[in-house]
Ligand binder design. Sequence first.
Ligand code: HEM
Length: 244
Amino acid sequence: MREVKIDTTPARLDFIQSASGLILALFMWAHMFFVSTILLGKDVMYKVTIFFEGHYFFGESYPLIVTIVAGAIFAIFIAHAAVAMRKLPSNYKQYKILKNHIQSFKHGDTRLWFWQIFTGFAMFFLGSVHLYIIMTNSADIGPYASSDRIVSEWMWPLYILLLLAVELHGSIGLYRLALKWGWFEGTDAKKSRIKLRRMKYAITIFFLTLGFLTLAAYIKIGIEHKANAGERYHLETSVVEGVK
Ligand code: HEM
């Protein structure tokens, strides 16, 4: 009997897409909490920054650690985009068919899928700019350095768009992952889909609110610090040995 060979590549690509998406979405939640520590004060954000530079382990700061982590995230980001590309319409005809389909179908989850494609495409550019800048300027993160980048170096328009794209993309992605792999399915699939949808909206609203409040805090500091842009932050009280 002739052996039938099954091509497992599509399933593998799907798995890579799901796994990389999950890692990036969970990373983004943690990232938003770390970045938002500015809302608790400049000192708190400063201490979080030097924590990630290894200051509390090595006694001095190594921004190279942040470069390496950002490089690893960038690699996952590129892998995720590369496998996701096969889902994008590749010419105008395909795009038109997709659009007509969405309009005639009037199916909420299909519409969400369109938004995921749209925000994913935007992030090819927006996410890459941010990651490259952070990777190559990892020593310039902190209450003043970040605020100066946002105001004096004009990153705020990019962050507004990136924040919208990443929060919509991430929460739609997690919702679709949960449906696909049957997480939290319970006994009634219809009911759990409604519950998941509610959770998705709540998560989007929570992170968008946190994100915009955070951005507003950096913008306020950036405007106040404009005349001294480039100057670095120092702790008021020398709590951290050798950091002042
Ligand atoms: C290890 C990787 C990353 C590091 C170290 C990092 C670090 C930072 C830092 C320090 C800020 C504050 C502003 C600044 O200093 O310029 C920031 C803001 C931001 N980052 Fe990242 N980031 C990373 C990855 C990402 C990724 C992968 C995305 C999305 C694709 C992202 C999206 C954003 C957004 C939207 C903001 C603005 C947030 C706000 O103000 O509410 N970041 N990031």
